[in-house]
Design a protein around this ligand. Sequence first.
Ligand SMILES: N[C@@H](CC(=O)c1ccccc1NC=O)C(=O)O
Length: 343
Amino acid sequence: MEVPERGRRAEAPWKKLSKEELENQYSPSRWVIRLGAEEALRTYSQIGDEATKRARATRRNRLHVPYGDGEGENLDIYFPEQVSEASPFCVFFHGGYWQSGSKDTSAFMVNPLTAQGVAVVIVAYDIAPKGTLDQMVDQVTRSIVYIQKQYPRNEGIYLCGHSAGAHLAAMMLLADWTKHAVAPNLRGFFLISGIYDLEPIVFTSQNGPLLMTLEDARRNGPQQLLEAALTQPVDPACHVLVIVGQHDSPEFSRQSREFYQGPQDHQPFIQQIPSEHLLQVRQGPAASRSCLALFSTQTLCRGGWNASFEELHDVDHFEIIWKLTQDDYVLTQMILRTIFQEP
Ligand SMILES: N[C@@H](CC(=O)c1ccccc1NC=O)C(=O)O
């Protein structure tokens, strides 16, 4: 008998979808309701481009700062008005299915956050086909270590990511910082319309430039890492906000909900564990018996994380991020309240 992977259900719901439906569910632009798919993508780039030009023209900044030796390993830092070494830092990872997007068009939240005293960092990483998922995860790790080393007096590092960028941020929940000289002062995560199980992506056209195998997908899956984790490396006081848009596709919505609280249909189940899998602490006849154990899918909630979930009203996959250019948008306010620990 095999010891089950912790409480994974027999079949993930996406496996029941046809190839066309899977493709549809994992094409965010097809779910936009107010614009056509191409227009939505164009508007997203245009708003990102304008926000970045505005941020660079109006905020004190350091641009294209290298965090590693690779050509693509650099980041932009935008500072608040007041002196900045000790501010909170919000580090943003852009989306684009790990194959499009750029830090140079992703400064969406810079002006509203810096106006309130938060330094904002926009990170570049090597998108596919130049970079692999493993390399991107490593680059993101090093970008955060760089910020901690440069600004050791920071009042907290908050990671924020959109879509594929939320995946990269979520990988940092369980990152091993011991091989780096410092552990970053992580105080919060804002995971916006993210992907936490990469397995379905392997079967879509998005995998063309990524060339992910199922093994790559599992190794780089925040959901899989959570399920395998025995310890919780990040401070439990660190807040994890899982956010999805009302008009994100049902699969994107499911991914966020399940990362937060597990599958809707999940029943914890009892299974017999044979004696050879048990740690033999007692000697004698009892040690040779098998044991009944209760299994349950691991999630942010069950793992004891200080997590919350929000579905944001009437926004799609792209509006959710371009509205971060607005001071009074509900998500901008949620991020600021979390950073400044206001109720
Ligand atoms: N080809 C994709 C593009 C996409 O998914 C996307 C574009 C910009 C920012 C985030 C995106 N999604 C995930 O990273 C689509 O169909 O929408």
